[in-house]
Design a protein. Structure first.
Length: 507
């Protein structure tokens, strides 16, 4: 009997189901959206019931439209947005809306946790500083601001793990997703009793954790009724969205790096040992591959910078034409630089006040120069993250790129030149959900290992070599690197100025 595998991605915009066959070919996909709520500025919440409804609907659709019968599904894998906090009472009822990864309400709680535990200790145990997006500061926020909710809490779950709970009845997470909670001993691949005790979070609240390809639970009678899956179908632990996307593009061993060039940009590098960046400038998390960790750099406005530039200055020009024009001017855009910090930055400068800038404008510059500067500025910012990785001793032989920005051959060549590595693209287009389906295949015994799954399923379709401009870009990158430090104090002053101007306008 043919084996099929199902991956579910519970993202911020919607829940996607991807059905693949045992060779990794995509048979069907379906996505159902869920609403985002911002009850106050800087708050970001979703209703976990919406995730479940959308996930169940997407599963039903791929089953019904593919002609694949439920008894042919060998396994299900889950992935999704990381860091989100779902609080449940002793009966498994959701106590308040989930607080998401991009919610910014917890700056004070982050400072409190860092002071209580000690910055060095936090970095040593969890691999990262405590960031407002992470889960632990959200729990502390609830303890302080919603004590009644805190009193009733019996469990907390991450977004994809809530969908697992509804599908199987089990409270389970995986090592990659748990790495983003600030409560996880990333080196030991288990919950940190030290962090839990220091923050007064009971051990009984945390879900069991397993490695990503392990079978975590089986579809319950109720889960089967709501999705059309067969009761007893194995569900693997799965992974956070970036780790699953890395599996889905074959980034499953040290030496290869994933570049996701979407609205935000992510560089993801597997490691065979736990090696956090000494100052916490890169994330250090468990990978979805057993025995591997990864380093990750995040640029907040990557292809998002090009999108902004297009919308603000060249709305009527199709993207393909706009980017092709950039190919008509020389590398370096005749002395023009662009800083891509349009919404602040994460890596390598964790600075919410940083802003975008064109620097070096002259009368010679025309639209193609500006476009080229945007493409180059994003590439330089990504090179900064890559340099943090190589400074830790990582040997990076090849970058695989995915996401909307890689559609442009001009941008792909600029990236290969600036990063000074081969830059490949793959045939895998379904992202994290596809990686989750591959993990399901490992748990179900369809593939021997995560590496085998990636080998069988993911093929490179194109590869760009660094060209003759790489030397020129090395020099230009050195100039680029001196711009942020020079401007950072001014960005801080400008942010305060903008706040006072906004207050004066409102008054
Ligand atoms: P996300 O899912 O993170 O929103 P996508 O991976 O869908 O992002 O990529 C969207 C981005 O792709 C847009 O921000 C846009 O700048 C970029 N983009 C769209 N078309 C092109 C193109 N032809 N060449 C290069 N970049 C493009």
């Amino acid at each position: 009997m043919a084996s099929y595998l199902l991956g579910i991605d519970v993202s911020t915009t919607g829940s996607k189901a991807v059905l693949i066959d045992a060779n990794g070919r995509v048979v069907r996909t379906a996505t159902n959206p869920h609403p985002l709520h911002t009850p106050r500025p800087a708050w970001s919440e979703q209703d976990p019931a919406d995730w479940w409804r959308a996930s169940a609907a997407s599963i039903r659709t791929v089953l019904q439209t593919s002609g694949v019968s439920p008894d042919q599904i060998a396994g299900v894998g889950l992935t999704g947005q990381m860091h989100g906090l779902v609080l449940l009472d002793a009966e498994g009822r959701v106590l308040r809306p989930a607080i998401l990864w991009n919610d910014q309400r917890t700056a004070a709680e982050c400072a409190e946790i860092t002071e209580t535990v000690g910055a060095e200790q936090v970095l040593r145990i969890t691999g990262n500083p405590v960031l407002p997006g992470f889960t632990a500061p959200k729990i502390i926020w609830v303890r302080l601001r919603e004590p009644e909710v805190f009193r009733q809490t019996a469990k907390f779950l991450l977004p994809k793990d809530y969908v697992r709970y509804r599908l199987t009845g089990a409270f389970v997470s995986d090592v990659s997703d748990a790495s983003g909670t600030s409560l996880f001993d990333v080196g030991a691949r288990n919950w940190s009793d030290e962090m839990l005790q220091a923050l007064g979070i009971p051990r009984e609240w945390v879900p069991e954790v397993t490695e990503s390809p392990e079978v975590s639970a089986r579809v319950s009678a109720e889960g089967a009724r709501e999705t059309g899956l067969l009761e007893g179908t194995p569900v693997v632990s799965g992974a956070g969205d970036n780790a699953a996307a890395a599996v889905g593009t074959g980034i499953v061993r040290p030496g290869r790096v994933l570049l996701s060039l979407g609205t935000s940009g992510v560089l993801f590098a597997p490691l065979d040992a736990y090696r956090p960046e000494p100052q916490g400038r890169l994330h250090a998390f468990c990978h979805a591959v057993p025995g591997q960790w990864h380093l990750m750099g995040v640029m907040l406005s990557a292809a998002g910078s090009l999108q902004w530039y297009h919308d603000a200055l060249a709305e009527d020009v199709p993207f393909d034409q706009l980017v092709a024009e950039a190919g008509t001017v020389p590398p370096g855009a005749e002395g023009l630089f662009f800083l891509p910090y349009l919404s602040g930055e994460r890596t390598p400068y964790p600075d919410p006040d940083a802003r975008g800038a064109f620097i070096g404008l002259s009368l010679r510059h025309r639209r193609p120069h500006l476009t080229r500067a945007v493409l180059e500025g994003v590439a330089f910012g990504l090179r900064d993250s890559l340099d943090l990785m190589t400074a830790l001793g990582l040997e990076i032989r090849r970058v695989r790129a995915a996401g909307g920005g890689t559609r442009s051959p001009v941008w792909r060549q600029i990236l290969a030149d600036v990063l000074n590595t081969e830059l490949a693209t793959t045939d895998a287009t379904e992202g994290a959900a596809y990686g989750a389906a591959l993990l399901a295949g490992v748990g179900a015994g369809v593939f021997a290992s995560v590496q085998d799954a990636a080998e069988i399923a993911v093929k490179e379709v194109d590869c760009v070599q660094p060209g003759p401009d790489a030397g020129l870009y090395a020099v230009a990158h050195a100039q680029y690197r001196s711009l942020y430090p020079a401007l950072a104090p001014e960005f801080r002053k400008i942010a305060r100025l903008a706040e006072s101007q906004a207050a004066a306008t409102q008054a």
